[in-house]
Structure formats: structure tokens, C-alpha cells
Design a protein around this ligand. Structure first.
Ligand code: ATP
Ligand code: MG
Length: 366
């Protein structure tokens, strides 16, 4: 029997550069995958970043933030470009993204790094090491040393100029990011590795204690701990050992970029940012790629896979998410590649055509 029809509102924020091209593809894929699973979407499109600056004079118009907050999820393309590079800080496109994240209160950033067998040659790792890598970095996004006080510049006792920052984490901040990580691991292979520097830093000692404590609520998930210096090494040496990595803001910033480079395919990597109870923010990890913007050359798959994360982590629509991910794999299996992942013996296509082929794959699934 047809399951009950479910309806969600999604705010599309195409942004700048290749953003509009990749979001347009992801929107069509989301619609079609939804229609196969009894899901209906109400889309609204709003300006952000450079596009919003040109239109309204600010990088995040009030109307855009209001629409985002009222919807069930937000799908973003990319932000920024040469045109606005010399703008003052409050008039930079990127400021719009920071304001959006703050406005939505997204405290957990999820970034998968998966080496697909079809794209294994793009990996920076040796084939034996790259094969089968499939991990997720869960990064705390709103606390830690990037926001801790006191911070600033000053003078030390010798009269020398100093700069200082403070790493601060509270029990509630650690507990909620730990819960996200354990929930994520449950939907994956049931393993969490918490990364810290508990041998040196008090904030990390509390981190380790609380993650361990929250872990008791998840007896089905296997928890381990690792120091960040070792984790940075293990990611290169043997990344297959990881399923879900949970870590603080600064370590997550570094480790998620390191992990993404293992795959070597920036045009393939999605992300999700989750809040306590409001809408999540879903976006590709790549930027606006102004060098190829408007030329129908962009790889839309990172945004398409972000739409799959939207379904899974935003709405709990696992079947629809799987349908999109399977369609992406199937499209790669049929040999279609955009320029960034093209290799000998595959079919070079543009952004639009890649989108059409993914739609075909979505339709061909039972
Ligand atoms: P940011 O805007 O976050 O600072 P960046 O400037 O470091 O990002 P990107 O804008 O992601 O980097 O682009 C780096 C290069 O990678 C681009 O010049 C482009 O050639 C390539 N690239 C990025 N995303 C894609 C994509 N989706 N498809 C094809 N190529 C891409
Ligand atoms: Mg850029």
C-alpha cells in the first residue's frame, strides 16, 4: 500500500558561482526521489551571499533568515566570488553564511568522507588504504576555542605583545554533540571514536568524561577515544578503522578537511549541520568555484548527496535518502563523469546532463 503522503517545506539558497546550477539539479532529484516515496516538497528560493548583496545590500536579508527558520530544512549551494572579495567584513558574502548558521543555531556539523570504488583513483591514498573508506566526522560547531572568552590581544609580564584564546566546553554542549554522534553511528556501523587532547587540556578531560557518560545511553554503539595527534596520523595510515568520529570545533575543522582530502573528490562531498529542534542546513563542502561558474561544468553530486543527507538527518526519510544515494552510484556505474572526476574510458558530461542521468537512475530503481 502507498504510505501516507508526507509534506515538507525546503528553503533553497542557491547563492553564488556554481551554487544556482548545483542547487537546481539537487532540487529536481529531491522532488523525483520524494515522489517515489510518497513525499511532497514545498520549495521556496531566497537570496544569500553575493547575490543578496547585489539585490538588497546585505549578505543575509531578514526575509531569507525568516524563511529559512520557518521551513523544515535548508538546502544551500555556495557563497562568495571575486566580485565581493574586497568588501568590508560585514559586507562579505561569507558573513551571510556565518549569520545563517548562527541564526539557525546549528551546533553539529556532519561531514562524510567516502571513497567510492568508481572514483578510487581520485584518492590521495594508496589503493589498498583507500579501498572501502567510509567515515563521518561529527564536529561541534558553536563552542570551543573559536568562541571561548577571554580572548584578545594584550601584554605579558615582560611587556611583550600577546594574543590569547580560551577553550571552553560545558556539560550540556558536550552532551548534545555526543548524542548526535551516537545517533549518527546507530544509522551507520555502530562505532564512535571520540577525538580529544585529554592528556593536556581540561576542556578535553571534561569532553572525554561526558562522552563516556552519554555513551552509557547507547549500549549498542561501541565507543573508543583517541588523542587528536594520533587521529590525524591514523586517518592517513588506516582510515578504514573509523566509522563515526566526534570531536570539538577546532579539531573537527582540521580533521574534516583532512578526511575530505582522502577521497580527492571535492565535487562529491556533502555536509549537514543540525540544530536542537529547528531546521537543519545542508550544503556541499565545496565553494562557489567562480572559475567554472555559469559554464555548465560543475559537479552537482555533492549537492545531490547533501539532499540525501537532508532526507536522512533532517526528516528521518531513510528510504528516500537511500534512493538518491543509490541513483548517484548507479549514474557513476553507467560511466557519467563531470570534468572534476573524469578519467579515461568514462563519459564527460556537464552539470545539467549529470542531473538528467541521476533522474533517470532515480526512476529506474524499483
Ligand atoms: P571556498 O569558497 O569555500 O573558500 P575554495 O575557493 O577553497 O572554497 P572551491 O570554490 O570549492 O574552493 O573550488 C576550488 C576548485 O575546485 C574550483 O576552482 C573548482 O575548479 C573545483 N571545484 C569545486 N567544486 C566543484 C564542483 N562542484 N564541480 C567541479 N569542480 C569543482
Ligand atoms: Mg572560494
Amino acid at each position: 500500500a502507498e504510505p501516507p503522503r508526507r509534506s515538507y517545506s525546503v528553503t533553497l539558497l542557491p547563492g553564488d558561482g556554481i551554487g544556482p546550477e548545483v542547487v537546481s539539479v539537487a532540487k529536481d532529484v529531491l522532488s523525483l526521489a520524494g515522489s517515489h516515496e510518497g513525499i511532497e516538497f514545498r520549495f521556496s528560493e531566497m537570496p544569500i551571499g553575493g547575490a543578496a548583496l547585489d539585490l538588497t545590500g546585505v549578505p543575509l536579508p531578514e526575509e531569507t533568515l525568516a524563511a529559512a527558520k520557518e521551513s523544515d530544512a535548508v538546502l544551500l549551494g555556495a557563497i562568495g566570488g571575486y566580485k565581493w572579495d574586497s568588501n568590508e567584513k560585514h559586507l562579505k558574502p561569507e558573513t551571510g553564511l556565518l549569520q545563517l548558521r548562527a541564526g539557525l543555531g546549528v551546533f553539529a556539523n556532519l561531514r562524510p568522507a567516502t571513497v567510492l570504488p568508481q572514483l578510487i583513483d581520485a584518492s590521495t591514498l594508496k589503493k589498498e588504504v583507500a579501498e572501502g573508506v567510509d567515515l563521518m566526522v561529527v564536529r561541534e560547531l558553536t563552542g570551543g576555542i573559536y568562541f571561548g572568552k577571554p580572548r584578545g590581544f594584550g601584554t605579558n609580564h615582560e611587556g611583550e605583545e600577546i594574543g590569547f584564546n580560551t577553550e571552553v566546553y560545558s556539560v550540556s554542549e558536550i552532551d548534545r554533540i555526543a548524542r548526535v554522534a551516537f545517533e549518527v553511528a546507530r544509522k551507520r556501523r555502530g562505532k564512535v571514536c571520540s577525538v580529544d587532547k585529554a592528556n593536556v587540556l581540561e576542556a578535553s578531560m571534561l569532553w572525554r568524561k561526558r562522552v563516556t557518560y552519554v555513551g552509557l545511553e547507547f549500549p549498542d554503539v561501541q565507543l573508543s577515544h583517541m588523542y587528536v595527534d594520533n587521529a590525524a596520523m591514523q586517518l592517513i595510515r588506516n582510515p578504514k578503522q573509523f566509522d563515526t568520529i566526534v570531536t570539538n570545533n577546532i579539531f573537527g575543522d582540521i580533521l574534516s578537511d583532512e578526511a575530505s582530502m582522502l577521497t580527492g573528490s571535492i565535487g562529491m562531498l556533502p555536509s549537514a549541520s543540525i540544530s536542537e529542534s529547528g531546521p537543519g542546513l545542508f550544503e556541499p563542502i565545496h565553494g562557489s568555484a567562480p572559475d567554472i561558474a555559469g559554464q555548465d561544468k560543475a559537479n552537482p553530486l555533492a549537492t545531490v548527496l547533501s539532499a540525501a543527507m537532508l532526507l536522512r538527518y533532517g526528516f528521518g526519510e531513510e528510504n528516500a535518502a537511500k534512493r538518491i544515494e543509490t541513483a548517484v552510484i548507479e549514474t557513476l556505474n553507467r560511466g557519467f563523469r563531470t570534468g572534476d572526476i573524469h578519467s579515461y574510458g568514462t563519459t564527460l558530461v556537464g552539470c545539467k546532463r549529470m542531473g538528467e542521468e541521476v533522474l533517470r537512475s532515480v526512476d529506474s530503481e524499483k
